[in-house]
Design a protein around this ligand. Structure first.
Ligand code: ATP
Ligand code: MG
Length: 493
């Protein structure tokens, strides 16, 4: 296991390269393909990165309507009916082509955010630097973005600071495709005609299973370094290889991730950990030096104490198994899986627990004091993360008498998460099997008691409802109009 984490050089020469694609794109840009009134920015034409054949390429593909989201289809149809161009775009097109169920459906359109809002009552405009319309259907959100133009500064790739800070210029579908992060995410699906529109040679990359930035990665990654995390997310989740130039740029610009807005970085980390391939993604974090940027304390410890690595593998595979079972690990559980092996250290593992737990708690506090403010971790998640780690001590068998009953511990709000980790350790290392059985029993009892209490409460509410007892109409009981989702962070800088 440890061997997979080969030492890497600080000069950006990755330790493991079998996840990097072995060939360069050979498609070349033909200037005649492009409307001259819309000049191309340098990142699309520079040195070896004349990747695009901008002659619009179309491929007839009729996706089974059952694979499409009915609400998203209605949004496209209403936009088109009102005279706008509207296409499905990005991850949903990529996933449909791969035969995977899209996580969400995004739409790109000629309609401006305010025009979209006028067409849908359930629509909210979000974002400041990059305005988007969110059309909400219950808990589901269909994201509608207006086609974006090249930014004036993207023509000057020699400028010192490539980070994009504002982004509200609207443009053509072709320009919009070139603004997207990876070629596999730059495809449009025209629902009415049943065709894929490919301006960025994304279809070929999907066929070859390659992740490649649209244009020069040395420009596109520093422009928005969150894309480095996104490349890792896709490479591990859909098991694509990363094109060599894109990979080199990921390693080179990894330190720039610290310049991005903290909520965006945290959101991508959580998406990665909950995406079903956390173990593979962690390997990329290590290989590309991204781990040193995100969690320098963890990276440093792993370098000096590689014995901790098997613990990481167990905890990250545990997250992947939970996702495979249809569960959604909580943010606290995801983050605890990143901290626990380093927090507890080898002393605990080798069985001299008590003093070591005290040191562990001090070490954890120090790490969290640096990590939580840096990535803006919500206070509630940080508290639960600490609890999950602290509960491990109580879950493990101990020679001293317990000062709490099993039933009381199962009532702790983080008990379920803590038990997931304890179970993963027990199963992987064959320790504490009897203790696990006892905790599982206590947990099952707690859940059935909680379920029957919920059932009684439901019946009581039903009776109240059926007896015609109307609630008082007051400001507290009136339903509030649902606003935009609090968790939404705009996709670009
Ligand atoms: P997922 O399956 O995780 O939703 P996705 O590719 O759909 O993957 P989203 O975050 O939903 O990712 O973004 C939708 C689309 O918006 C992407 O496919 C891509 O075209 C574009 N996009 C998102 N983030 C960026 C970015 N940082 N830079 C450029 N384009 C982006
Ligand atoms: Mg998406």
């Amino acid at each position: 296991m440890v061997g997979a984490f080969a030492p890497r050089s600080r000069e950006g020469n990755p330790g493991r390269r079998d996840n990097i694609a072995s060939h360069q794109n050979t498609t070349t840009f033909n200037e005649g393909d492009w409307d001259r009134s819309n000049p191309l920015p340098a990142y699309l034409t520079g040195k070896n990165y004349s990747l695009l054949s901008l002659a619009q390429r179309e491929k007839k593909i009729a996706f089974d309507s059952r694979c499409l989201d009915a609400d998203a289809v209605r949004v496209v149809e209403r936009l088109v009916k009102n005279g706008h161009t509207a296409y499905f775009v990005g991850g949903c097109v990529r996933d449909l082509l791969l035969g995977r169920k899209p996580k969400d459906f995004d739409i790109a359109t000629t309609a401006r955010p305010r025009q979209v809002k006028k067409l849908f009552r359930n629509c909210w405009i979000i974002g400041r630097r990059f305005k988007l319309a969110h059309v909400n259907f219950g808990t589901k959100t269909v994201e509608v973005s207006t086609f974006r133009a090249f930014l004036p500064e993207t023509f000057d790739t020699d400028r010192e600071d490539l980070l994009i800070r504002r982004d509200n210029l609207f443009g053509t579908p072709e320009q919009d495709a070139c603004r997207r992060d990876f070629t596999i995410n730059g495809l449009f699906y025209d629902l009415g005609r049943g065709v894929i529109i490919d301006n960025v040679a994304g279809l070929q990359d999907i066929e070859d299973r390659i992740i490649r930035t649209v244009g020069d990665p040395e420009v596109r990654l520093p422009e928005d370094p969150v894309r480095i995390l996104r490349a890792i997310k896709f490479a591990s989740r859909i098991d694509f290889k990363i094109e060599p130039a894109t990979y080199e740029a990921m390693v080179r610009f990894a330190p720039d991730i610290s310049r991005c807005a903290a909520p965006r970085v945290l959101e991508e980390i959580l998406r990665i950990l909950r995406g079903g391939a956390a173990r593979q993604a962690f390997q990329y974090f290590w290989d590309t030096d991204v781990l040193q940027v995100l969690l320098p304390e963890v990276d440093d410890r792993l370098r000096t104490e590689p014995d901790l690595l098997p613990r990481y593998h167990v905890l990250l595979e545990n997250l992947d198994h939970m996702v495979a079972r249809g569960l959604r690990p909580s943010p606290a559980l995801c983050l605890a899986s990143l901290f626990l092996p380093v927090a507890e250290g080898p002393e605990i593992i080798s069985g001299k627990p008590h003093k070591a737990w005290e040191q562990a708690s001090a070490g954890l506090n120090a790490m969290m004091e640096s990590f939580c403010p840096r990535l803006n971790v919500p206070r509630r998640d940080a508290g639960r993360l600490r609890d999950i780690i602290a509960l491990q001590k109580r879950l493990r068998p101990s020679s001293s008498r317990r000062r709490y009953t099993r039933a009381s511990l199962t009532r702790h709000p983080s008990f379920g998460d803590a038990l997931e980790i304890f179970r993963a350790y027990c199963q992987a290392f064959g320790d504490w099997g009897e203790e696990l059985e006892r905790w599982d029993e206590a947990w099952a009892t707690h859940k059935s008691t909680a379920d029957s209490a919920d059932g009684k409460e439901d019946k009581k509410n039903q009776r109240r409802g059926s007896s015609g007892g109307q609630k008082k109409r007051g400001s507290r009981n009136r339903r509030r109009r649902r606003g935009p989702k609090a968790s939404s962070t705009p996709k670009n800088t």
